[in-house]
Design a protein around this ligand. Sequence first.
Ligand code: SF4
Ligand code: SF4
Length: 242
Amino acid sequence: MGFFDPYKGFGVTFSTMFKKPTTEQYPEQKKETAPRFHGRHQLNRHPDGLEKCVGCELCAWACPADAIYVEGADNTETERYSPGERYGRVYQINYLRCILCGLCIEACPTRALTMSNDYELADDSRRDLIFTKEQLLAPLGDGMQAPPHPMRLGDSETDYYVRDPDAPLPWQVTDEQRAAAGAASDRAASDRAASDPGASDPGASDPGASDRAADVIDRRAAGEHSRADEVPAHGAGSERPR
Ligand code: SF4
Ligand code: SF4
């Protein structure tokens, strides 16, 4: 240790005496967080009010603090809480354990679970810091209806996940708009057919296509089948639902 080292320590104290104090007057004055601050969780809903959570438990498996408890259950046609087969019947987050790391929201495949900017998670009761599904669910917004109720955005869960988020909701579209959209689509189809007569027949632009198709049919009839013959499936699995 050098001769001046103890005085260097006093120097830090001395220079700090002239700095402006940064004391925050919490809770009288609440400071705004950064927009992406990880605070209290929220379970989101679809625009018709059905829940996005499908009870898959991926968030619980991803949690390093074992703070999430999920029990899934089957939807029925008379009692539907989410589009598709399953929903989260029981959902709990234990804020005594949670370290607000955000790994659970990364793991969620349906974007059901997100984190808000709310950081006021202190309490003097251990029981009250275990938040239930009712506390975590997002409030009902405009046009939403509390589940259980039938699917209102379409006939299948694909209609919920593969849709333009800016498109009007089915109950917002008037009969005039629906008729105009149908007429525009018919006009576009007839324009395409007029400008490219081969477009309606994919085989016409690829003379070898019909031969290859016939070859596949022959091989299938003969019991030969390869993965190259399979048509890639669209919808489930082809796009990560968000
Ligand atoms: S934020 Fe982290 S600790 Fe908290 S529930 Fe999610 S994964 Fe677990
Ligand atoms: S919040 Fe997401 S990851 Fe967790 S159970 Fe629900 S759908 Fe699955």
